[in-house]
Write a protein that binds this ligand. Structure first.
Ligand SMILES: Cc1cc2nc3c(=O)[nH]c(=O)nc-3n(C[C@H](O)[C@H](O)[C@H](O)COP(=O)(O)OP(=O)(O)OC[C@H]3O[C@@H](n4cnc5c(N)ncnc54)[C@H](O)[C@@H]3O)c2cc1C
Length: 646
């Protein structure tokens, strides 16, 4: 009787879930995100991998790239063609079909380096190697479809793109999406679609389109409906691909796919049986994919910005001293290294998690939002330091191309506001928490028996965690580090916030703040992981982790203050934050300036050769009193000049 009352109470609290949300929840798996919510984490071992892509071929790209615009261009799409023909679009495709299937680590390193050379080229390399025809065919294609398309995708005969978005479906990807209908033509079932897609990356140059639409079957011809993904080739009768957008002059192909035409159901990825399964297919692929390409882009821009800025402040002088001697500059450089180190560490940890065959949806969402957001911060600080040289385009400006590309990562694959305030903690709670989804599932299935079991599990789990937050040993100097304690505090706090149930969808400030705490814990663990692997600087590692945890304490205090009466049970989790020590900031800057291990890590996987970053690297090795130094210094502080218009 009591258990039935609890069941009904919980039922009234749980959020209403649409079928698309339910699919998103069931896609992918969990990893450290679940361990954080369990209050105890163990970091994975470093993943050992061997590079498969030939080094000489990779180097050739960097030697021959002439910096010309990728799109639009006056060279017949030379660079898109170059990447396609040299197998750069084949990294998710198995060797059986002619691809070079890479480990996530190698893929991420390569994408980082290509994006550091040119972010537009990076975008072109990324799209075929993330969610799109290649990946969808690999996972869901029929044997016939795989044989027909994968070899062509691997050798660059096909250039793919993937079209979901339209004028009326942006963040709400499946609401008001393009529609199709099953019709009979000469007694054969056919799909009649009307497309109006925009923002599609590579569409202007693609000749194989993955398109998503909502398929209706009003006459019950196949008795199948729902979000469906099909392939169409450029030559398809009625398909219109004749306009493009200009995303901030960033210079990569992005455009529209339109038209009303017929598609044979055999063109549905996976065939007729996969009609209506499109959203599931997309979510399953996205649960891993979001964690690779966009973080690699943010890693590239942040590393280049950090490397360039640190070297510039040593060379550039004002008020008869190098910028590096000014505390206000040091403060900004520290911020740049703080965020860049976080990005590169979290990329390393996430690559390892993904290479261990996980597809953690919540961690991928954290990576997408945090790395792109922090990448933008890094660029903002670096632009401020580089001053006028950051504003004027030319040889010396190593920042502007990244600055123009930064908003792309923020917006695509789940715009950041939505990802932070709805997905990471809001949906993540259901996904990552060890007991919430099983409870949800039992309620949705009206399964009182398994509800009772799961409910007693969650009560036990919550009481145990709550008890641990009082553990006096936490106060003793030899026991847990602050990070471990904060993980327990956060896991306990989560159980209280979870009581809000469906209201969390509305309480987006709370959900977003919990997402930040969750993310910061994952990032702090990443920085610890990175230090274990590379041991570059204990000082910098401790500084970053302490800063993240201090930021978190502010947020934890804020969340508790905003809760209802339950806040009184959580008073002991509110702690004083540590004031920033100005002396420590100067010491950290010295560490960043002088520790060559830090420089070596920052330089990994970015292109520093025949460019301004290469010049900056060279000047470090010269004696300040030599003419070579003076000459190179003048080159580094130069800003390109152009003839006036008559
Ligand atoms: C350069 C570029 C490349 C792209 N490439 C592709 C591609 O290859 N294929 C493809 O299919 N699509 C692509 N897109 C589309 C991209 O995924 C969408 O732009 C994105 O989903 C956001 O949609 P929107 O721009 O219409 O913003 P909107 O959906 O209008 O959102 C506006 C703002 O509101 C926020 N928001 C929306 N809903 C909520 C909510 N419930 N709660 C809180 N905040 C919310 C969003 O976070 C965003 O900040 C691309 C877009 C761009 C700009």
């Amino acid at each position: 009787m009591i258990s039935r009352q609890i069941f009904n109470f919980v039922k009234s609290k749980i959020p209403k879930l649409s079928s698309t949300e339910l699919i998103a929840l069931k896609s992918g798996n969990t990893s450290l995100d679940r361990q954080i919510l369990q209050g105890k984490v163990s970091l994975p071992k470093q993943f050992k991998f061997e590079n498969k892509f030939p080094a000489n071929k990779f180097n050739e790209l960097f030697k021959t790239f002439d910096g010309s615009k990728i799109y639009p261009n006056d060279n017949n799409n030379y660079w898109v063609d170059y990447l396609a023909k040299n197998k750069y679009f084949s990294f998710l495709i198995n060797e059986d079909y002619g691809g070079i299937k890479l480990s996530v680590n190698e893929l991420s390193n390569m994408l980082t380096k290509i994006a550091s050379l040119d972010p537009a080229l990076g975008v072109v390399a990324m799209v075929p190697n993330s969610l799109g025809p290649g990946e969808l065919l690999t996972h869901y294609g029929t044997e016939e479809q795989k044989n027909k398309y994968l070899p062509g995708l691997a050798d660059g005969t096909y250039v793919p793109c993937f079209g979901l978005t339209g004028p009326n479906n942006g963040s709400d990807a499946t609401g008001n999406i393009d529609e199709g209908e099953i019709v009979l033509i000469n007694n054969k079932p056919m799909i009649k679609v009307t497309l109006n897609k925009r923002y599609i990356t590579l569409a202007p140059v693609a000749n194989l389109m993955g398109i998503a639409f909502n398929l209706k079957d009003p006459n019950n011809i196949l008795n199948k409906e729902g979000i469906t993904v099909a392939l169409v080739e450029r030559s398809h009768d009625g398909l219109i691909q004749d306009t493009h957008h200009n995303p901030l002059n960033a210079g990569f192909p992005n455009g529209t796919i339109k038209g009303s035409f017929l598609i044979d159901p055999s063109q549905v990825i996976g065939g007729e049986k996969n009609i209506g399964h499109g959203w599931k297919m997309l979510m399953e692929c996205l649960s891993a994919g979001r964690g690779i390409s966009l973080p690699a882009t943010a890693n590239a821009s942040s590393k280049c910005a950090a490397f360039g800025t640190l070297n510039y402040v040593k060379v550039r002088e004002q008020f008869k001293m190098p910028l590096a001697n000014m505390q206000a500059i040091q403060e900004k450089v520290n911020n740049i290294f703080f965020n860049t180190w976080i990005i590169q560490s979290s990329v390393a940890l996430t690559n390892t998690i993904l290479d261990n065959k996980n597809s953690p949806a919540v961690i991928s969402a954290i990576m997408k939002q945090q790395t792109t957001e922090r990448g933008r911060e890094v660029l903002k600080d670096a632009m401020d330091i580089y001053g006028g040289a950051a504003i004027c385009v030319g040889y010396n400006n190593f920042l502007e191309k990244f600055y123009r590309a930064a908003p792309i990562g923020i917006t695509v694959e789940g715009a950041n506001i939505l990802t932070r305030s709805l997905i990471i903690f809001g949906q993540g709670l259901n996904k990552s928490h060890p007991y919430i989804f099983p409870i949800l599932d039992s309620v949705l299935n009206n399964d009182n028996k398994s509800f009772n079991k799961e409910f007693s599990n969650i009560v036990r789990h919550s009481l145990n965690l709550y008890y641990q937050t009082f553990n006096l040993s936490n106060l003793l100097p030899f026991v847990p580090k602050l990070l471990e304690k904060q993980i327990i505090d956060f896991a306990a706090l989560t159980n209280f916030v979870a009581l809000k149930g469906g209201l969390l969808k509305r309480d987006q400030i709370l959900s977003g703040t919990m997402a930040d705490i969750f993310s910061n814990l994952y990032l702090a663990l990443s920085v610890e992981y990175y230090h274990k692997q590379n041991g570059a600087s204990k000082k910098l590692t401790d500084y970053i982790i302490e800063r993240l945890l201090n930021n978190n304490q502010v947020l934890i205090n804020e969340v508790i203050d905003n809760l209802g009466p339950e806040k009184y049970l959580l008073c002991h989790l509110k702690n004083k934050t540590v004031s920033r020590s100005y002396y420590n900031e100067t010491q950290i800057f010295k560490e960043i300036l002088n520790n060559s291990n830090i420089h070596d890590e920052i330089k990994k996987n970015i292109h520093i050769d025949n460019n301004i970053l290469g010049d900056m690297e060279r000047i470090n090795k010269l004696d300040k009193s030599t003419p070579e130094y003076i000459e190179l210094k003048n080159k580094i502080i130069n800003v390109d000049e152009y003839n006036n218009a008559n």
